[in-house]
Design a protein around this ligand. Structure first.
Ligand SMILES: CC(C)(COP(=O)(O)OP(=O)(O)OC[C@H]1O[C@@H](n2cnc3c(N)ncnc32)[C@H](O)[C@@H]1OP(=O)(O)O)[C@@H](O)C(=O)NCCC(=O)NCCSC(=O)C[C@H](O)C(=O)O
Ligand code: MG
Length: 284
């Protein structure tokens, strides 16, 4: 699976210090896993978590889902040791927290020559520099850190996320401008399925590829909401067929369900079908 077609509907955080959860993750249906050494791990547990995580990754068993390791910032006490520990690990990327500028990405790129770099977008400076961060040649994806964003902005979290909407959209536009995947932030109330579904739908409608999650019970909802529905796929196939017919008749526009279909809609329709195929591939 190439990086560009890989699904990121559900991206589950697992604290590197939680051996039971690290094992459980081998049987979970998340599209990607973030093995966390940063905020989910208490300071006293950092060294043990790093060693446990490296051991579990070496054992393998996580299938072909994407595996990212979120390290501590390199200015922290633990960042350097994290980088040394995962230099040659079987992972798909390193997730750098609290990225403020492309300089942070460049610093990590110089320290780790061969690994894809993902950036947490969760500081005010990071959002203001989103374009240059997304454009860094080693940048492979963006993860929204909505808890830290709310904290940094001094905002009060509301049900429609109006307080961070501009930050979400700036980050999303930057990711799309440079063709890297972008995943929405976590929904903290992990027992509230209805609220999670609402927030997943909001993120999907804004254009995010998926949602980061904190509990296994959240996976099925994210997988469902961020996958193309049967109705979406039926429409896409009808649009493609109608457009091919119109083209054969020398026309550049078709009409489906009373709406015009032009070449740009066909690009979207084909991307949707490719996404469904990639999901089937991953699940198969
Ligand atoms: C939130 C939790 C502390 C709840 O844990 P727990 O009380 O153990 O939940 P359950 O008893 O319901 O768990 C049932 C089983 O599932 C396993 N489990 C739980 N969580 C995970 C997980 N994340 N991954 C894999 N497996 C998990 C339990 O071990 C149970 O297994 P079993 O006993 O075998 O049935 C806990 O879910 C948790 O710690 N979640 C992760 C929290 C986290 O990672 N936080 C940091 C990331 S969020 C963030 O920082 C975002 C960003 O930076 C920002 O700024 O917004
Ligand atoms: Mg954070």
């Amino acid at each position: 699976m190439t990086q560009s077609t890989r699904p990121y509907r559900s991206v589950l955080y697992i604290p590197g210090s939680n051996a039971r959860a690290l094992d459980k993750a081998r049987s979970l249906a998340a599209d990607a896993i973030i093995f966390d050494l940063e905020d989910a791990v208490a300071p006293d547990a950092k060294d043990q978590a790093r060693a446990t995580l490296r051991e579990e990754l070496d054992k393998g068993g996580y299938g072909n889902r994407a595996k990212l390791v979120r390290i501590n910032g390199f200015e922290s006490r633990w960042g350097n040791a994290d980088i040394q520990a995962f230099r040659n690990a079987e992972i798909d990327g390193i997730l750098l927290p609290k990225v403020n500028s492309a300089y942070d990405v460049e610093t990590l790129a110089e320290m780790m020559s061969d690994v894809a770099i993902w950036a947490m977008m969760e500081t005010a400076s990071g959002v203001l520099n989103a374009k240059e961060i997304a454009a860094h040649p080693r940048l492979a994806g963006i993860v929204m850190g909505t808890n830290d964003l709310v904290k940094e902005l001094g905002a009060r979290p509301g049900p429609d996320r109006a307080e961070i909407m501009m930050a979400l959209q700036i980050s999303l536009i930057a990711a799309r401008a440079d063709g890297v995947p972008i995943v929405d932030g976590v929904y903290n109330a992990f027992k509230d399925d209805e609220g999670l579904r609402r927030e997943c739908e909001q993120g999907r409608d804004l254009g995010f590829d998926g949602k980061t999650l904190i509990h296994p019970a959240q996976i099925a909802i994210a997988n469902e909401v961020f996958a193309p529905s049967q109705a979406d796929l039926d429409l896409a196939r009808r649009q493609i067929a109608a457009f091919e017919e119109a083209e054969a008749a020398g026309q550049g526009v078709a009409v489906v369900d009373g709406k015009i279909v032009e070449n740009l809609h066909i690009v979207t329709a084909k991307a949707l079908i490719a996404k469904a195929d990639a999901i089937a591939d991953l699940e198969g």
